[in-house]
Design a protein. Structure first.
Length: 381
C-alpha cells in the first residue's frame, strides 16, 4: 500500500462515529466489522504486524462498499479507498474468499458473473423482441448497456424491458450490444483488481460502443455507471461519448419537455438512493426529477436520505460471501420504510431491487417494490 493510503488510516481518531452508521457492524457487533476496526486491520496488514487470517479476510469483505462512513467521518478518512487498497493486497496475494474467486472465474470464462452462455444475453428481451430485432449492434445515437444482473436474472428483466418501451415510445435512436456486451468489470474492481484485468473488459466494451458510433452510453445499473463514468476514463483516457445513468437520461428528457408523464399516481412513494449512484457518483437529483414528473406522486423521504441514506444490503460483493448479512440489512431497511407507511418503494438499481425482493421473503412487510423505469413505463400514455 502507498504512503497516502497509510497516512489516511492514521487520520482515524477512533471516535466511533462509524459504529452508528455501518450496517455490517450494527448486525455483527464485532469491532472488526466497523469502519475503524477494518482500518486497524488494514493498518496492521500494511505494516506486516498481523497475518491475513480467514477471519480478517471475511471482515474486510463484509463491507458493503456503501461509502456512508467516508461521507460522515469527522476526520475525513476515505474508508472506501482503504478497503479498496486492502482488498487489492489480498487479491494480489491470491487470498480472495472462495465465493468471490468463483465469481471472478465466471467472468474469466464467460464474460458474465453467472457463467452463462453469451448467446443468451438477450433472453431478458422476449417481451420486446420485435422492438429490438433491428437494433442489435446497429449504428445509433444511444448505446444501452444492460449489465449482467438484468441480462441474466429473470426477476430483473423488467428493468431493461421498461427502458426499451420508453425509448421506443419516444422514438429514440438506440442500440444494444447483445452477445458482444461483456460484464463492465465492476466485480473485479470491487474484489481488489488493480485495473489490469478490468482493463480487458473496459477496452472490449468501449471498442464495441465505438463500432456502433454512439454519442451517449446509458445504463440502468449504478455499478456499471460508476465504472463507465469513472474507471473507464482512467483506463482508456477521455471517452469518445457521454456516459449517463438512465435516470439522468430520463431527467434530461423531462427537462427538455421531450418526456411528459400524464397518468397520475396517488400512493405514498419512497426512493432508495443507490450507493454507487449517490455517494460514489454524487447523483441524487435525477431520480427525484423523474419521480416528481409523475402527477400526484407523494415522495416521502426517510430521516437518513441522499448523502446519509443507508444501503440496501446488496453491494460490495457482500451477498456472495455473507448472504444472510445482505438479506438482514435489506429487511432492516424495509422496516424503516414500513414505519413511514410507504405503499411503494422505488429503486434505480438492479442490486437494490434484487436484494429487497430477496429480503421480502424473510419478513412480514407488505410494501411493494418497483424499479423506476417500470414505474415510468406504466404511466406513459
Amino acid at each position: 500500500m502507498n504512503d497516502a493510503i497509510i497516512n489516511d488510516m492514521l487520520k482515524c481518531a477512533r471516535c466511533g462515529k462509524c459504529r452508528s452508521i455501518c450496517p455490517s457492524f450494527k448486525e455483527n457487533k464485532w469491532e472488526t466489522t466497523s469502519a475503524r476496526g477494518r482500518i486497524l486491520l488494514s493498518l496492521g496488514l500494511a505494516k506486516n504486524q498481523i497475518k491475513p487470517t480467514n477471519q480478517l479476510i471475511s471482515d474486510i469483505f463484509s463491507c458493503f462498499f456503501c461509502k456512508n462512513c467516508s461521507e460522515q467521518c469527522p476526520s475525513g478518512v476515505n474508508v472506501s479507498s482503504i478497503i479498496e487498497a486492502t482488498r487489492a493486497t489480498l487479491f494480489n496475494q491470491g487470498l480472495l474468499p472462495p465465493p468471490i474467486q468463483v465469481l471472478l472465474n465466471n467472468l474469466d470464462s464467460s464474460h458474465n458473473i453467472f457463467n452463462l452462455d453469451q448467446d443468451d444475453r438477450l433472453l431478458w428481451a422476449m417481451n420486446v423482441e420485435e422492438l429490438l430485432e433491428d437494433r442489435i449492434q446497429k449504428k445509433a445515437e444511444i448505446g444501452f448497456f444492460i449489465g449482467c444482473l438484468e441480462s441474466f436474472k429473470g426477476s430483473l428483466s423488467g428493468i431493461p424491458e421498461s427502458l426499451i418501451l420508453i425509448m421506443d415510445k419516444l422514438k429514440i435512436d438506440f442500440t444494444v450490444l447483445g452477445e458482444e456486451e461483456w460484464c463492465c468489470g465492476n466485480p473485479y474492481y470491487i474484489a481488489g483488481d488493480s485495473r489490469e484485468i478490468t482493463k480487458k473488459f473496459a477496452m472490449h466494451n468501449i471498442d464495441q460502443m465505438k463500432k456502433v458510433g454512439v454519442k451517449t452510453v446509458i445504463t440502468t445499473c449504478p455499478g456499471c455507471y460508476r465504472v463507465w463514468s469513472s474507471m473507464y476514463p482512467q483506463i482508456y483516457g477521455p471517452l469518445p461519448f457521454k456516459v449517463q445513468h438512465s435516470s439522468q437520461f430520463l431527467a434530461e428528457l423531462i427537462n427538455q419537455k421531450k418526456l411528459t408523464i400524464k397518468k397520475g399516481l396517488t400512493q405514498n412513494i419512497a426512493f432508495q438512493d443507490p450507493c454507487e449512484l449517490g455517494r460514489h457518483c454524487g447523483e441524487y437529483t435525477a431520480p427525484r426529477v423523474v419521480l416528481q414528473a409523475i402527477p400526484g406522486l407523494q415522495l416521502i423521504e426517510l430521516a437518513n436520505t441522499k448523502e446519509t441514506s443507508e444501503c440496501c444490503g446488496g453491494g460490495g460483493l457482500v451477498k456472495a460471501l455473507h448472504p444472510k448479512l445482505a438479506s438482514t440489512q435489506g429487511k432492516n431497511k424495509l422496516d424503516q420504510y414500513d414505519a413511514k407507511k410507504i405503499d411503494l418503494l422505488i429503486t434505480a438499481c438492479p442490486s437494490c431491487l434484487d436484494n429487497y425482493l430477496n429480503s421480502l421473503e424473510t419478513c412480514q412487510s407488505s410494501i411493494k417494490i418497483k424499479d423506476i423505469h417500470e414505474l415510468v413505463a406504466e404511466h406513459l400514455e
